[in-house]
Design a protein around this ligand. Structure first.
Ligand SMILES: [Zn+2]
Length: 340
């Protein structure tokens, strides 16, 4: 009897299966009610009492190894099948590779830079962390100017003041300190204001500043340059108008409006019925600013302008909440895939 059990043990040890059906066959052969192992347990009564204990242990060993074999084979073949199902169907289409797209602010920043590049403007950048000189003093901000107040500026250190720049105008100073006229450059960048976040305002946003310094630069040059920009960016029928304004670093200063590109000047929700939309601030560089940067204000004149990229983008694409730019919501960002 023992020899038969050892023969079955060898058979179980060397058994291999390729399919679930072969495993099932093996299970029925050894473990089912009418299989070999229950049958052998039935033979116990024919074994002599002194050998019965050993034989019982041997049968238990046989039963365990058969059960373990079934478990192991089922696990292995099961895994292989699930891998095969995924990997081998060559008729399936390949996985779709999802490409990202440019952020709307990047699209508009590039468009603005491209327009000014065509008329000879280069691009310069400056640091986001600035000292008081570059952000305020050299730009002719009076000591008591409200922009210096804690409510508007994120200060990093006090006396000497170090702050997150509140505008890209600080780059004007850095460029004028470094380069000699003629200077013709735009400065795109991120700026920071200590403001409550709402649909219309954020504590950081982006600007593009422009600067042109040379001999005999006049207000007419400023107007012509900005008219060129407006027609390139908003369309050839765009009209502009300049309204007197005030900035510490330009004199005279102006705000530029464009004729509403939605209603063509008739009046609509975007232009609040006026037919005009405010688009940027500008002016002739104040002689004090030129002198602060060691540029002879008797010999040279220049103009500067600055616009918010968020505001321009919101106007162009009819976006009504500035926070959408920073939420990283793919449903919003994917709308600009065709633009980039
Ligand atoms: Zn309108």
């Amino acid at each position: 009897m023992k020899e038969i059990v050892h023969k079955y043990l060898d058979e179980i040890a060397s058994f291999v299966a390729e399919t679930p059906e072969q495993i099932e066959e093996f299970r029925i052969k050894f473990l089912s009610k009418k299989g070999i192992i229950p049958d052998l347990f039935g033979e116990m009564k024919n074994v002599s009492p002194e050998e019965r204990k050993d034989f019982g242990l041997l049968l238990n060993q046989l039963k365990n190894s058969a059960q373990q074999k079934v478990d192991l084979l089922q696990e292995t073949i099961g895994k292989r099948e699930s891998v095969n199902e995924k990997a081998t169907d060559l008729t399936l289409p390949a996985d779709f590779i999802s490409l990202g797209s440019r952020h709307p602010l990047s699209i508009v920043r590039k468009e603005i830079i491209d327009i000014f590049s065509k008329i000879g403007f280069t691009v310069s950048v400056g640091p986001e962390i600035e000292d008081d000189w570059h952000n305020f003093t050299a730009l002719n901000f009076p000591l008591e100017h409200p922009a210096r107040d804690m409510q508007d500026t994120f200060f990093i250190e006090k006396s000497p003041d170090i702050a997150l720049r509140t505008h890209t105008s600080s780059v004007q100073i850095r460029v004028m300190e470094k380069e000699k006229p003629p200077i013709r450059s735009v400065f795109p960048g991120r700026v920071f204001r200590n403001e409550a976040i709402s649909a219309r305002a954020h504590c950081f946003f982006h600007q593009v500043e422009g600067l042109y310094i040379d001999e005999n630069v006049s207000f007419a040059d400023l107007k012509q340059t900005l008219y060129y920009f407006a027609t390139e960016f908003f369309g050839p029928d765009t009209q502009i108008r300049l309204r007197p304004s005030y900035f510490p670093f330009t004199e005279p200063s102006a705000e530029m409006d464009i004729s509403c590109f939605i209603c063509g000047g008739k009046g609509c929700k975007v232009c609040k019925g006026s037919g005009w939309v405010e688009i940027l601030g500008c002016g002739m560089v104040d002689p004090n600013v030129l002198e602060n940067c060691h540029i002879d204000s008797k010999k040279y004149t220049g103009f500067a302008f600055g616009m918010g990229i968020e505001r321009t983008t919101m106007l162009k694409y009819q976006i009504n909440d500035i926070r959408l730019f920073f939420d990283n919501d793919l449903r919003f960002l994917r709308q600009f895939e065709s633009q980039s």
